[in-house]
Design a protein around this ligand. Structure first.
Ligand SMILES: *[C@@H]1O[C@H](CO)[C@@H](O)[C@H](O)[C@H]1NC(C)=O
Ligand SMILES: *[C@@H]1O[C@H](CO)[C@@H](O)[C@H](O)[C@H]1NC(C)=O
Length: 447
């Protein structure tokens, strides 16, 4: 997807509406963890319309009767545990009204520092390089000739074609990729020699989806290598995303989690791994006193018979009428199937624009929270998150949008309100808790 996707970090209010919880005794110490801090760019004008186009491009194949693959190709070999003493935290910064969240990664020897968009909706690791002819806008480009550990391999080529016509491509090499102090050796890295779509604020993307999403089949992803090379003990990563209204920022932790970033307990959900995306089943929404049950609406959604609906890959349940919600840090808004978006919009008196976005009141006091129910637990999307953009001229755009997909894309507008643990052991699970509010990331202005 486009780099104008998103990784933001915000946590909102104080109450959790968890009805059932698991008591996950996950490590809170620093053993085998990497924390990635994330950061906000004030120069920007958000463009939700582009955000929708990006999402449409990213998920366009689901409109064309795709096949769902059932494999979870995550190598969970934990035998060669090298070290449990490393930290793996990366601070994130939110870019452009939380349109994306980026953090620093060191590549090569000696390290070259790159700012990458951490994207749960893709699985490639690519960034601009000195081989690129049209990347002059970038203040930083990875130079493979300056890394003693760089391996050109077979000089395999890679290419990504986006739905909006833009492209990126180049050569695959191998080098050390350091994630918050965890040095992954001989990681496949896709060096861009051309690209027509990146936003020059960010140097590239580090995909955190399942291997099925890799452009080059057979690539071992950084997530897989973290486990394979014994760098982390628990095959998980955790996001907390800040909100630009509260200073932005955020935190990504590899191999662990931060219990101070959420309230209440984490609840565990089976992953509906739809072609490599992180999906969980969404049951209903509550707005004020009103419950919108998706069970009744879902059968009426076009394309609902596509394999996208056969979500329950892990126990072959193949339930009909399941509405998946894809947790995608690389998408900015919450994007609902049209039928559902229209009902939600009506409740908020939001008016449809012709690009899939909605106009909404700029007075968040008039907007009841949106509560999304996932069966065993529910999470609040704060009123302030329902207004994605305010032009300070009386015009506001909603944090929700619509598209013709038979699933919901839970982008950063949702993810800012929860703490998310992505556990890629077999079978994978997602753990959610309501985020602490307001979030505080002192690291936000560090870069
Ligand atoms: C790096 O080295 C290769 C050959 O080994 C060369 O083709 C390329 O132009 C060099 N320069 C840069 C900036 O990558
Ligand atoms: C929507 O408009 C109706 C009628 O004007 C009003 O009663 C209601 O409070 C509004 N709801 C929201 C969320 O703005």
């Amino acid at each position: 997807m486009k780099l104008s996707g998103a990784i933001t970090i915000l946590l909102a209010s104080t109450l959790v509406i968890t009805t059932t919880t698991t008591t996950d005794a996950l490590p809170t110490n620093n053993n085998g963890k990497i924390v990635v801090p994330l950061h906000t760019d004030t120069r920007f004008r958000p463009n939700p319309s582009i955000s929708i186009r990006n999402a449409q491009a990213r998920y366009s194949r689901f409109l064309n009767n795709p096949t769902v693959s059932n494999k979870i190709a995550v190598d969970s070999d934990r035998k060669n545990l090298k070290s449990q003493a490393n930290k793996g935290t990366i601070s994130l910064k939110s870019i452009k009204n939380d349109i994306q969240y980026v953090g620093k990664v060191n590549v090569g020897t000696p390290p070259q520092e790159l700012e990458l968009n951490f994207d749960t909706g893709s699985s490639d690791l690519w960034f601009v390089s000195t081989l690129c002819k049209n990347c002059d806008d970038y203040n930083t480009q990875f130079n493979p000739n300056k890394s003693t550990t760089f391996d050109w391999g077979t000089r395999q080529e890679w290419n990504i074609q986006y739905g909006d016509g833009s492209t990126a491509g180049g050569i695959v090499g191998y080098d050390t990729v350091d994630l918050g102090g965890f040095p992954i050796e001989h990681q496949a890295v896709e060096l861009a020699t051309h690209e027509t779509q990146m936003d020059s604020v960010v140097h590239g993307i580090l995909g955190l989806g399942f291997p099925e999403l890799c452009t080059i089949p057979g690539t071992i992803t950084p997530l897989e290598n973290l486990v394979k090379q014994g760098l982390i003990k628990d095959s998980m990563f955790s996001f907390s995303l800040g909100h630009y209204l509260h200073g932005g920022g955020g935190e990504l932790i590899f191999g662990g989690m931060n219990t101070e970033r959420y309230v209440g307990d984490l609840t565990s959900f089976p992953v509906e791994n739809v072609e490599g995306y992180w999906g969980i089943r969404l049951m209903s929404a509550t707005i004020g006193e009103e419950l919108i049950s998706f069970d009744e609406i879902v059968p009426k959604i076009p394309h609902m018979n596509s394999p996208m609906n056969a979500l329950n890959n892990h126990n072959n349940a193949k339930e009909v009428n399941v509405l998946p919600g894809v947790l995608d840090t690389g998408t900015t808004l919450m994007i609902f199937p049209e039928l559902i978006a229209n009902i939600i919009a009506k409740k908020y008196n939001a008016t449809s624009n012709d690009d899939g976005t909605f106009g909404i009141t700029c007075d968040s006091n008039q907007l009841p929270e949106l509560i999304l129910n996932f069966g065993t637990a529910s999470y609040k999307v704060l009123s302030e998150s329902l207004i994605y953009y305010n032009d300070n001229n009386g015009n506001c755009l909603a944090g929700f949008a619509k598209a013709k997909f038979p699933f919901v894309i839970l982008g950063d507008v949702f993810l800012k309100n929860v703490y998310t643990v992505f556990d890629y052991s077999v079978p994978p699970t997602i753990k959610l808790a309501q985020a602490v509010s307001p979030p505080q990331y002192t690291n936000n202005n560090d870069f």
